[in-house]
Design a protein around this ligand. Structure first.
Ligand SMILES: Nc1ncnc2c1ncn2[C@@H]1O[C@H](COP(=O)(O)OP(=O)(O)O)[C@@H](O)[C@H]1O
Ligand SMILES: [Mg+2]
Length: 295
């Protein structure tokens, strides 16, 4: 196992990387449930490592000794019945649980070998490196341009107007939204369709040069066409980012992820290559879940 030695520590004051001006993305791959194919298991090095993570809300324990390695440049899916702790674990990765007063997290979450829970880590910088996309698209009540420009501006990533415009354009292109909004950048982001809003939020996350993008059921509020567009986008983005997606759809996990982790009652039951998890699960609870016996 190799940890990336070139990783920036997560402490405040470090230079931020800007979004790359290279807009190239791979050819879209739309896979449907009826023609199920599995991407080969990821061979990428470990980006995120969780060690003995426990989370409590007050006295109630929500996660028990979670250990997992998450590869970079790859999609990892978290599946499991409602309430099993998927969102709780996702929030450990960018310290969003810090914002819940009753939440207590123990154990370590390392990104490139650096524990995100250290006091020296600034959560604001962490969250620009580890972006998050939620179930319900949440654009700011601002223009499309301003939604994407906001992060680069507050993090001082652009030296002038032209550079800021280039970051906005590049981010919207990477999020697959540019062609649909190029002529309406100064209209409200909230005027877009749900699927477009979700891609706008993804562009907003991309604009601050993240390494990891966390997605918590990003398609739950979308229709099948918008869902297919987001899945296609996720497949393109994994060339550049470590993506972790929570999904209640096993078909979606099978379509978009290379690694899958199954949670049950706060425990990580098993994780492995998506194909192995769906075709040859080791644990009977995984078997029961993926065959629809509970959930
Ligand atoms: N903010 C919170 N305060 C108290 N309990 C919570 C909070 N968020 C989640 N929980 C509890 O933690 C457990 C795991 O929840 P969650 O991580 O949301 O599961 P999932 O995303 O798998 O549906 C559940 O029992 C849930 O009720
Ligand atoms: Mg959840």
């Amino acid at each position: 196992m190799i940890l990336n030695p070139s990783a920036l520590p997560l402490v405040q004051g470090h230079a931020m990387t800007t979004a790359s001006p290279d807009d190239s993305v791979s050819a879209p791959v739309i896979k449907t449930a009826s023609t199920q194919t599995y991407a080969p298991a990821s061979t990428h090095e470990i980006k995120i490592r969780a060690k003995d993570v426990n989370v409590f809300y007050g006295d109630k324990q929500a996660l028990f000794d979670v250990n997992i390695d998450i590869p970079g440049k790859s999609v990892t899916a978290f599946i499991g019945p409602s309430g099993c702790g998927k969102s709780t674990f996702l929030r450990c990765i960018n310290r969003m649980n810090d914002t819940i007063p009753t939440a207590k997290v123990s154990g370590a979450i390392e990104i490139d070998g650096n524990d995100v829970n250290l006091k020296s880590v600034d959560p604001v910088i962490l969250r620009s490196r580890v972006g998050m996309v939620f179930q319900k698209p949440n654009p700011f009540p601002k223009t499309i341009f301003e939604n994407v420009a906001y992060g680069p501006r507050i993090h001082g990533l652009a030296s002038g107007k032209a550079e800021l415009e280039a970051i906005v354009e590049s981010s919207l292109k990477k999020a697959g939204l540019w062609n649909e909004v190029a002529d309406r950048l100064h209209q409200p982001g909230t005027g877009l369709s749900g699927g477009q809003q979700q891609r706008l939020v993804i562009a907003r996350a991309i604009a601050v040069g993240p390494e990891v993008i966390l997605m918590d059921e990003p398609c739950s509020a979308l229709d099948p066409i918008a869902t297919a567009r987001i899945e296609e986008l996720i497949d393109e983005l994994r060339n550049q980012f470590c993506i972790v997606i929570v999904t209640h759809s096993m078909a979606q996990a099978a379509r978009v992820s290379q690694k899958t982790a199954f949670f049950h009652l706060g425990k990580l039951v098993e994780s492995g290559s998506t194909e192995d998890m769906f075709t040859n699960p080791r644990d009977s609870r995984t078997q029961d879940y993926i065959t629809g016996r509970f959930g």
